[in-house]
Design a protein around this ligand. Structure first.
Ligand code: SF4
Ligand code: SF4
Length: 363
């Protein structure tokens, strides 16, 4: 394999893995109808902005879906992941909808597009490994992180990193009503991490963290390391570097990614980090639990008119509340929405670059 500023790449050791799934050989969603039957809120669908139901109907629709019956929810759901956060009882309503869509052949895109995306995530043996230690950075399969993870914030861990399809979480396929590819690939991805002998994985891709800390346990897939969200990592590093922080004194809007619905317990770190670096998060309508998708997936699955409408609402909300910057968690959201916010006078910036601005590494 080739080399670059991170040094000579090594390869995944050719050892026989001992990784086993908990329980069944084939991962199976752990969904319990009894938990829904006694649910006091039906919050999964009551809060969903794309269906209009009360508590009792919400529970009934989820139970119908679980029993394999038809439901209008299959047509209405736009795969925003939010009900995974709304359900406070850990019963995985969106994973259930996805499983049943696939069982029924209710695809969200034409088969050719789904296949194209599945091929993109296929392991090709073109992964990159840095100097692997017990604690590593995972870039998932997002090349943007190879450029973002620089400077003092990462000097205690780099060049210990992994990048490539072999370490890619594959969660994006729930947008495509395809959990079978995740159930096949995710145990193999876990195997690849296990062969490296790593103990802690700092996930720069929010969705990878969601996969390892939320989706894998929901399917009984063993995770052979401790996943760490990069917001926790950044927060700790910024505290260590606190004497080098100059408050930025800027107003920002935060673009919450769909994947963040799989790790709602980490969302408070957005405010924690911004407080540390002197950034004001504007109080706008579409933030926190009420956040809107960047629209990238919507454009592909549901058409440009729908995506444009969501993006317009979102950007107008940022502008009307006086945000000077839009802070992105996920590079894919930034690629989708960055130019559009910039055209409206709001500068796009990734969270890592925002933190680097605060320690004087970026203008
Ligand atoms: S999925 Fe969660 S929120 Fe929805 S009915 Fe079941 S327990 Fe309640
Ligand atoms: S994923 Fe989003 S659109 Fe689909 S049911 Fe859940 S909250 Fe509604």
């Amino acid at each position: 394999m080739s080399s670059d500023r991170f040094g000579i790449y090594s390869s995944i050791p050719e050892t026989t893995s001992t990784l086993r799934l908990k329980g069944d050989e084939m991962p199976k969603l752990q969904f319990d109808e009894k938990i829904c039957e006694t649910c006091p809120t039906g919050a999964c669908l009551v809060k969903c902005r794309y269906v209009d139901v009360g508590r009792d109907q919400a529970k009934e629709e989820i139970l119908k879906i679980s029993r394999g019956e038809d439901s209008f929810v299959f047509d209405a759901c736009v795969t925003c992941y939010a009900c995974e956060e709304y359900c406070r009882r850990g019963n995985h309503p969106f994973y259930l909808i996805t499983e049943k869509r696939e069982e029924k052949g209710l695809l969200t895109t034409p088969r050719a597009i789904t296949s194209q995306w599945i091929n993109i995530g296929e392991p090709q043996g073109r992964y990159k490994l840095g100097k692997i230690g017990k604690k590593i950075l995972s870039f998932g399969f997002m090349p943007e992180f190879l450029k973002l993870a620089r400077g003092k914030l990462f000097e205690d861990i780099m060049p210990s990193f992994v990048f490539g399809q072999e370490f890619f979480c594959n969660v994006v396929y729930i947008h495509f009503a395809n959990t079978s590819i995740i159930k096949k690939r995710l145990p193999e991805v876990m195997d690849n991490f296990k062969k490296l002998g790593v103990e802690e994985v700092v996930c720069l891709h929010d969705e990878c963290y969601g996969s390892f800390a939320h989706l894998a346990p929901a399917y009984g897939i063993e995770v052979p390391f401790t996943p760490i969200h990069y917001y926790d990592y950044l927060y700790d590093r910024l505290r260590e570097l606190s004497d080098q922080i100059t408050p930025l004194n800027i107003k920002v809007a935060y673009q919450r990614p769909c994947s963040s619905r799989l790790s709602p317990g980490k969302h408070h770190r957005v405010r924690d980090i911004m407080a540390l670096i002197g950034v004001e998060l504007v109080k706008r309508e579409y933030q926190d639990e009420n956040g809107l998708c960047c629209g990238g997936i919507y454009a592909m699955l549901y058409g440009y008119d729908f995506a444009n409408d969501v993006q317009k609402k979102n950007i107008e909300d940022m502008v009307s509340h006086g945000a000077r910057y839009c802070v992105f968690n996920c590079p894919a959201c930034q690629n989708t929405l960055g130019e559009k916010v910039a055209k409206n006078g709001v500068k796009p910036v990734h969270m890592i670059d925002l933190c680097r601005m605060a320690i004087g590494e970026k203008p």
